[in-house]
Design a protein around this ligand. Structure first.
Ligand code: CMX
Ligand code: CO
Length: 146
């Protein structure tokens, strides 16, 4: 079960400049910043709204921290812009197993660490109509069935 849009990931070259654009243009505030070495990014989560499953929707601004990372490759090919869409679920392992059984390639054999203590797995964009898709179980999600 997918319960919400968890976040939209946006590739940028300069995280601080991008954060300032979203703050000054739309008034979105930074809820969290972290470096995820495994994913090769420094990222900011900007909280947009709460959702009816008790979690929230964010913009995830992504700056590469190494040249061989997915976001660095994306920037070299496409420039700045929307990089992926992430859906929230109470159970990322069960959800990705069910999606994988439909024939969509799951890029992570087991969920990895995402921002703010979440657990994440990616689906191949070529099997999702050109959209790199991420499945997210927020920290604490699933413990009360949501
Ligand atoms: N959205 C849509 N299509 C994409 C894409 C994206 N973000 N990234 C790559 N592609 C497409 C390319 O356009 C290319 O298409 P063509 O063959 O038609 O030219 C194809 O996929 C292969 O592209 P590539 O540049 O050779 O990239 P790779 O195959 O090396 O890697 C992917 C692509 C999706 C497997 C890789 O980026 C990946 O594993 N991503 C998941 C992890 C990730 O993106 N982490 C960063 C975010 C972390 C977070 O959200 O927390
Ligand atoms: Co993401």
């Amino acid at each position: 079960m997918l319960t919400r849009i968890d976040h939209i990931g946006i590739a940028c070259r300069d995280l601080d400049a991008s954060v300032e654009f979203y703050r000054s243009t739309y008034g979105f505030e930074v809820a969290h910043v972290e470096v995820n070495e495994e994913q090769g990014v420094r990222e900011a989560m900007l909280r947009v709204n709460g959702t009816d499953d008790g979690h929230a929707t964010y913009l995830q601004l992504l700056e590469p921290v190494r040249e061989d990372s997915p976001v660095a490759k994306f920037l070299a090919r496409n420039g700045e812009g929307v990089h992926h869409v992430a859906f929230g679920t109470p159970d990322v392992a069960a959800e990705t197993a069910a999606i994988g059984a439909t024939g969509v390639r799951v890029l992570d054999s087991a969920p990895r660490a995402g921002s703010m203590g979440s657990r994440i797995a990616f689906l191949h964009p070529k099997d999702c109509g050109g959209v790199l898709t991420e499945i997210v179980q927020a920290a604490g999600a699933g413990e009360h069935g949501r």
